[in-house]
Design a protein around this ligand. Structure first.
Ligand code: ZN
Length: 118
């Protein structure tokens, strides 16, 4: 992201962390991460330079992204719901069955496979 774009977004957010905690964040540096308020995966139609992009304090950004109710978790859940709704969700148990071991043969204690006698 260009410094000019960072400054523009930073000013629009009033210099505050995008999570609403009221913490002032720097324009650039390790203390701030610019990210989408609504995850881009969910709303790629939203203006990438609009109010959906905000500066976040780095640790607040990590809390928003990870964890039980984080963005990544919500995106994964949305994908599961979408697949179930479309009928493409596949649980284990629908896996293809292999043909198994050829019962006309046997494996000896030496590990070698050979034809059964008789
Ligand atoms: Zn915050």
């Amino acid at each position: 992201m260009t410094p000019a774009r960072k400054l523009r977004i930073h000013e629009k957010a009033g210099g505050m962390c995008g999570c609403g905690c009221g913490t002032p964040v720097p324009v650039s540096g390790p203390g701030v991460i610019y990210e989408h308020t609504i995850p881009f995966w969910m709303r790629p139609d939203l203006d990438d330079d609009g109010p959906n992009v905000k500066p976040y304090a780095t640790d607040h950004s990590a809390a928003k992204t990870n964890g039980k109710d984080g963005d990544l978790s919500r995106i994964a859940k949305t994908k599961r719901q979408k697949a179930k709704n479309e009928g493409t969700w596949r649980k284990s148990g629908h896996k293809l069955q292999g043909r198994g071991f050829d019962k006309t043969r046997t494996r000896g204690f030496d590990g070698k496979v050979r034809d059964r006698k008789r």
